[in-house]
Design a protein around this ligand. Structure first.
Ligand SMILES: [Zn+2]
Length: 300
């Protein structure tokens, strides 16, 4: 055999290609001594997902409309979906009175709705859940005891109203209705002549941030601080992460968590997009409530 052929014969076989997600997951398993057995698969590997949920000590949950559907709140997409009402360039621009009416209906529905099994799981995670970041505006999460201090509602909450010109002018629905003149602006003294009051053209609207609107002051800083903190589990629940800023936050957090040996779980019955799939270790294609029930039934 020629030298060249000998070299080829002795050459080690190339390692089989391992997808990025699987490689990351193995890193995750190696660094977590409580998870010794290999994963049977990334999709619907609920046993491993539940183990991480049970044993992780610093958890951040990023949630979306999917966790509130079983409470009777509308989904983001589809018939009667919220998408038409949550974009600055759709109904808000074309038919403001109808938008106000829809916001009022949603607010009433949210006030009557009860938290879902998944919301209850957030409470049962106790001190191990350090932060809940939600895209939801329904406020169901903070109906649960102890959730207000650890919940960051990225897009505001329906339950509050604010002035369109001065966001610091706020009220609730018992004090004002959307479209009504802002009383604070109306009674604000004229700075050039404090003895006078000037009626300014400003009115109240639900204190939520619509798509394509600027986020409230401080939002980016708060998300940046969360990226600085240490986490060992990110749970992405009930959201497709279509909003670019939410996806970017999840991607950066996922990179950091996986580099430190932590894990990223996605919970949603709809398949992930390719780019979201790439930042997830375990993709549970199940409704959030189904995972919550399985978690609740685990022996403690
Ligand atoms: Zn005002």
């Amino acid at each position: 055999m020629s030298d060249a052929k000998t070299r080829i014969a002795k050459r080690r076989p190339r390692p089989k290609h391992v997808p990025v997600q699987q490689r990351d997951f193995r890193v995750c398993l190696r660094s977590n001594p409580c998870l010794q057995s290999p994963p049977s698969g990334l999709r619907n590997d609920i046993e491993h997902g539940l183990q991480f949920l049970r044993q992780s000590q610093r958890i951040l949950v990023l949630s979306g409309a999917g966790i509130s559907i079983s409470a009777g709140m509308p989904p983001l997409k589809g018939r009667d979906g919220l998408a038409e009402y949550l974009s600055e360039d759709l109904l808000y621009k074309t038919d403001r009175p109808r938008w106000y009416e829809k916001m009022r209906e949603l607010s009433v529905a949210a006030s009557k709705a009860q938290p879902t099994p998944f919301h209850e799981i957030l409470v049962s995670l106790g001190a191990r859940l350090h932060q809940h970041v939600t895209q939801n505006i329904d406020g169901l999460d903070v109906k649960e005891p102890g959730m207000e201090p650890k919940t960051f509602a990225l897009h505001g909450r329906l339950q509050n109203l604010r002035c369109i010109k001065n966001p610091g002018h706020t009220s609730n629905w018992s004090e004002a209705q959307p479209g009504e003149v802002c009383e604070s602006c109306a009674t604000e003294p004229d700075m050039r002549n404090p003895a006078r009051q000037v009626r300014r053209n400003s009115h109240m609207r639900p204190n939520i941030t619509l798509h394509r609107e600027s986020v409230p002051e401080g939002t980016s800083e708060r998300l940046g601080q969360l990226l600085q903190d240490d986490w060992d589990l990110l749970v992405i629940a009930g959201t497709s992460l279509k909003i670019g800023s939410c996806y970017d936050f999840a991607r950066k957090l996922s990179n950091k968590i996986q580099a430190a040996g932590g894990c990223v779980i996605r919970i949603d019955p709809k398949a992930a997009t390719k780019r979201v799939g790439q930042i997830v270790n375990i993709d549970l294609l199940l409704p959030a409530d189904a995972v919550a029930r399985r978690y609740s039934s685990m022996p403690s």
